[in-house]
Design a protein around this ligand. Structure first.
Ligand code: ZN
Length: 178
């Protein structure tokens, strides 16, 4: 197993739609092991293919000492009930903003052996699934922010890229990042 470099904001891989995986092979199983290792080392609670430069529809997660991988995930059910909670992303280190997400989702796809999988997720795991599936569509969590907060987030990213010290006070680190 190896830890893979995580792509940062600005990398074109984060803005493309990842392709369906036609067949889950040994190469994918090795990739999934590496992604789990990378997520744990970060540390994070989820990681999607594009974040390690792989434009295939795969994500891994680890919540409450359970972990797994989903290939070709599709949200087949989502609760009308939503909740707004602070979110961060391993590809946008240092940024944490509240994002509204469904409290519960049901995700269908394939597991690392290519077998059909159905994941009933609620609370944090539901948030992880929605965040990671967004990554597979080239969507980042800052895209969901209110206009003023999105501008602030982009300003921080720009300052960081230019090496300008933060003008807005640093935010406290969140409990989880994905
Ligand atoms: Zn992310």
């Amino acid at each position: 197993m190896s830890v893979l470099p995580i792509r940062r904001f600005g990398d074109p891989a984060l803005r493309q739609r990842a392709s369906e995986t036609e067949q889950v092979t040994e190469i994918h199983r090795r990739l999934i092991e590496d992604m789990i290792e990378t997520m744990r080392q970060a540390p994070g609670v989820g990681l999607a293919g594009p974040q390690v430069g792989v434009l295939e529809r795969i994500f891994v997660w680890e919540v409450d000492e359970r972990h797994g991988a989903v290939v070709n995930p599709v949200i087949v059910e989502r609760s009308a009930e939503t909740v707004e909670e602070e979110e961060g992303c391993l590809s946008l280190p240092g940024l944490y903003y509240p994002v509204e997400r469904s409290v519960r989702v049901v995700v269908e796809g394939r597991d690392q052996d290519g077998a059909p999988l159905r994941l009933e997720a609620h609370d944090l795991l539901a948030r992880v699934c929605q965040h990671e599936i967004d990554h597979l569509d080239g969507v980042l969590f800052i895209d969901h922010l209110r206009e003023d907060l999105r501008k602030e987030a982009l300003g921080r990213l720009r300052d960081e890229a230019l090496g300008i010290p933060a003008t807005v006070p640093q935010q406290p680190p969140p409990e989880e990042t994905f």
